[in-house]
Ligand binder design. Sequence first.
Ligand code: ADP
Ligand code: MG
Length: 394
Amino acid sequence: MTRPAGSATGLDSGALASAFAEAFQRAPEGVWHAPGRINLIGEHTDYNDGLVLPFALPQGVSVAGSRRDDGVIEVRSLQTGGTLVTAPVAGGPVAAEGRPSDRAWAAYPVGVARVLREHGTGGASLLIDSDLPQGAGLSSSAALECATALALCDLHGVEIERPALARLAQRAENEQAGMPCGPMDQSASLLCTAGHALLLDCRSGLSTQVPFAPAEAGLTLLAVDTRAGHTLTGGEYGRRRAECERAASLLGVAALRDVKDLAGALGSLRDPVLRRRVQHVVTENHRVEAAAGLLRAGAPAELGAMLNASHLSLRDQFEISWPEADAAVDAALRAGARGGRMIGGGFGGSVIVLTATDRAPRVRDAITTAYAARGWTPPNFLEARPSPGAHRTR
Ligand code: ADP
Ligand code: MG
C-alpha cells in the first residue's frame, strides 16, 4: 500500500492498521491522526511573538504504532514508498534502506521521539499515511510531528498537556529538522476544534476558540495550491526572521509585537527594508484582532477585506508573494470573491480565497483560466472545512 502525497481520498485507520501488520509483522496498538492547518490570517507574526488565527483541515497525517522497549524508533511512510528508517531514540546515526536522501523526511518523527524522550517516552514502530499535500503550506510537517507525538505519549503512558506538547513538537522541528518555525503549526494541529479557528497568542501560548463555520454562512473557503514549490529551509524565511529581530533590537523592544506606535517606529528606522517589514508585522497583528472580532460578531464574510489587506502587505511590505499567488488572488477577486491572500512562508505554496458558495465555481474557473492563459500547471483546489484537532482514531 502506497499513497502519493496529497491524494485526497480520505484516510482509513483500519486499512492503515492492516498495512502496519503487513509491514511490521504484528498488530498496531493504535492509530493517531493530526490535521494540517490553514492560517486564516496572521502571517509571519508567530515568530514576532504576535497573533495568528489558524483552523484545522479535514486532511492530515495518520500514524499506526506499537511500542518498542529497546530504545529504537523505526518508521515507514506510505508517501515515501514504505522503506524503513531506524534510529536510536537516545541519539546517533539514522539508518535507512535506499539512498541517504530517502531518509531526510524521518528527521520529523525521529526528532519528536528524541525530544519527547526527556519526558519519558521511548521507542516505537510507526507507519505513516497522509492525505495532505506536502510543501503546499498546509503544514504536513507539523501534522507528522503531532501525530507522532500523540502516538508516542499514548504508547508510553506519558501525559503532557497539549499546549506543552505543541511546544515540544515545535522544538523537534527547530532542533532536529533544522527549520526555525514558530509555534503556530503544532498548536493548530493539537488545539483546534471543529467549527472554530484558534486565536493563538504566540508569546503567552494562550489560545481561544473563535467560531468559524463558513458553510453555515453560505461561504466557501478555497485553498488553492498554486503549484509553485517552496523550500522553506532556503534562505528567505531565515532572512525575514533576522530582519524582524534586527528591527526589534533597533527599536528597543523584545519583539515587533511590542511596537505600539507604528508611525514613530517607522520614523526612527533608517533602513527602508526594515521599515517595510515592521509595517507588515504590526498591521498584520491588528488584522488578526479585527478578523477575530468579525468572527465573534458573526460576520465571517467581512473577513474578505482583511484577507485582501493581508495579501497586499505580504506582497508589497514583506515581499514574499510569488506570481502564481498574485494571479490567483487577482482572478478570484475579479470573479467576485470576498477576498484572498497567499498563505505560508512565501515564494510558493497555497492561496486561500473566501467566496460566497454560489460563486465558488465561477471563482475556480476564473483562476484556472488565468493559469491556462499563462501556460502554468493547473492549480489544485481544496475546500477547507474547519475540522477537529489531533486525536486517536483507533
Ligand atoms: P509543509 O509543512 O508546508 O507541508 P514542509 O517543508 O514544512 O512543508 O514539510 C514537508 C516535509 O515534511 C516533507 O518534505 C517531508 O519531509 C515531511 N513529510 C510530511 N508528510 C509526510 C509523510 N506523509 N511522509 C513522509 N514525510 C512527510
Ligand atoms: Mg511545515
